[in-house]
Design a protein around this ligand. Structure first.
Ligand code: PLP
Length: 392
């Protein structure tokens, strides 16, 4: 025995997982000097008032562990906002938990309810963190593709396919509206349809609503929190990173009925315990003093969407302006017949604009010729990218 571990290979618990496409494309953009519209983060800073409140707390002795469930003032601010925007009364003590970004919230929620052998349903294209978390919980991921109807460029839920997929083993359905990457949103009738489907089942719902404040054209965000029947079985995860242009802060929250929050907190307690304290205090102050900030986000991002799409009128791409989020899907079928992953890489290197291919978020081969471009960027960046895209 030389003291070394005898087996230096490991049977991976996540054999399918490699480096995320966001890291791959961002690295490629950096290497080739391309404009990076791939990863979803803003090129601008959080609001000054919020930065001041966080700095204040950093300098005033609020630097030790926060309570496991989150700073009480922040949970109260989240509960007040939820009441005001969704009409849902939630108990700040027992039904709101602050987590390390939506990613940790999603992970903890999945571990809390999915058991070995359970099935969890996701809608493709699906955000890439769901399936690994399901796999680690011992669950099996079932994929239901969003559909594109004929020449209509919008993606929508094929509820019949969901009906066909739900069975006795279904433990969890994960929904993500406003939807990354397609910008699809739900209407009130969709919530009723979902309620019909899960009624009389033992299926929980996990709603990833990180883009809750970025919905356009005066259309409301239909949170699962707004539906009485759905609320009884739903965990809603959100992220301050998207709402406050602060994706690097990794602070989010999970709102769920008490019995689900209790299980959520059991996982949260031992995956991370608590979330950084000065930022929680800063966000609480800012939420309570300036609720107007997130209310202007739709107009702010809609202007960027229209600016970017307006310039692309002169291009050969087909597009339907995004209904939500800060991502624009472009249909390149009149420019190239390449598969999207290859094309995204080639255009990053040769055309100087990085994007995200949709197929990497799909289980079934996705042949839709679509790329996702992030428009949470300053106007000069968007204009430079559009010029390059118009030349294709
Ligand atoms: C749909 C979706 N869910 C979750 C996340 C992760 O959010 P956070 O950065 O708060 O962990 C993202 C980030 O891009 C996202 O787009």
């Amino acid at each position: 025995m030389n003291g070394k571990i005898s087996r230096q290979t490991i049977t991976s618990k996540l054999p399918e997982v490699g480096t995320t496409i966001f890291t791959v494309m961002s690295q490629m953009a950096a290497d080739s000097g391309a404009i990076n519209l791939s990863q979803g983060y803003p090129s601008f800073d959080p609001p000054q008032g919020l930065l001041e409140r966080v700095s204040h707390h950093l300098s005033n002795g609020v630097n030790q562990y926060a309570p496991m469930a989150g700073v009480p003032l922040l949970r109260t601010a989240i509960a007040e906002k939820t009441q005001r925007l969704q009409g849902r009364t939630v108990d700040a003590d027992t039904e709101v938990t602050v987590c390390c970004g939506a990613t940790e919230g999603l992970f903890s929620a999945i571990q809390a309810v999915v058991r070995a052998g359970d099935e969890a349903i996701v809608f493709d294209p699906a955000y890439d963190s769901y399936e690994p978390a399901i796999t680690l919980a011992g669950g099996i991921t079932r994929h239901v593709p969003l559909s594109i109807d004929g020449d209509d460029l919008d993606f929508s839920v094929d509820w019949q396919r969901l009906v066909d997929t739900v069975n006795k083993k279904t433990r969890l359905i994960i929904v993500n509206f406003p939807h990354n990457p397609t910008g699809a949103i739900l209407e009130a009738a969709d919530l009723d349809r979902l309620a019909d489907i899960v009624r009389n089942t033992d299926c929980y719902l996990l709603s990833d609503e990180v883009y809750e404040h970025i919905v356009f054209d005066d259309v409301p965000h239909r949170s699962l929190l707004s539906n009485d029947e759905l609320w009884e079985r739903t965990m809603v995860v959100s992220s301050f990173g998207k709402t406050f242009h602060a994706t690097g802060w990794k602070i989010g929250h999970c709102i769920a009925p008490k019995y689900l929050s209790e299980e959520f907190r059991k996982v949260h307690q031992f995956s991370t315990f608590s979330v950084n304290t000065p930022m929680q205090h800063g966000i609480a102050d800012f939420l309570l003093s300036d609720p107007g900030f997130y209310e202007q986000l739709p107009a702010f991002y809609q202007e960027k969407r229209d600016y970017f799409c307006g310039m692309l009128d002169a291009s050969r791409f087909k597009l339907q302006p995004a209904h939500s989020t800060f991502f624009q899907i472009l249909d390149y079928s009149e420019i190239s017949s390449d598969i999207d992953l290859e094309l995204a890489k080639r255009w990053t290197r040769d055309a100087g604009v990085a994007s995200i291919p949709l197929s990497v978020f799909c289980d079934e081969p996705f042949t839709g010729a679509r790329l996702r471009f992030c428009f949470a960027k300053d106007d000069a960046t968007l204009a430079a990218a559009a010029t390059k895209l118009c030349a294709l």
